[in-house]
Design a protein around this ligand. Sequence first.
Ligand code: SF4
Ligand code: SF4
Ligand code: SF4
Length: 188
Amino acid sequence: MSENKNDITRRHFLKDGLWAASLVGVGSVAGFQLNKSRKNNTVWQIDPYVCIACGNCATYCVLEESAVKCVHAFPVCGYCTICFGFFGPEPVDINEGAENQLCPTGAIKRKFIEEPYYEYTIDESLCIGCGKCVKGCNTFGNGALFLQVRHDRCLNCNECAIAAACPSQAFRRVPADKPYLLKRVDHT
Ligand code: SF4
Ligand code: SF4
Ligand code: SF4
């Protein structure tokens, strides 16, 4: 059955609106780090196309709670009913029960939008940056979930402890006025 045009338009509007909202969230923290990075006008960031979600971001940061968090690129997301970033490899059922979830802290929220689409959002206060969801989404899904250094948390260490432990050299310094490396629909 062909898709109703209004449904498609509505869904695209929804995706674009959510993505814009997430950018506002990212942009709102950029001001914090500008003060912290005056020394060299650069900050640490993860290239999401190089990161292999090894798990080190959760454990190597000098902060007790890592400065790295999961971010969701809504325009890249398929709004899948079965999300490989949300569900563990062998879920008991396809619902939000804790026993079905991959995330160890329950940081990903799943909400029904319209048949057959579900929206997934990250509660950053719960995310520990382990990258388990990122690996699942990158392996079996569209790769909409990725890790970023959040600059409202990062100390902008001269030598980032995670960068030193990163097996794929995904960390690099970026200009402080463009502190995030986001995933894009048109990336090749
Ligand atoms: S699986 Fe890990 S990286 Fe993904 S949302 Fe949960 S805590 Fe964050
Ligand atoms: S620069 Fe320091 S605070 Fe920031 S992510 Fe790296 S180790 Fe953590
Ligand atoms: S240490 Fe590097 S490869 Fe591992 S999760 Fe962090 S950025 Fe990705």
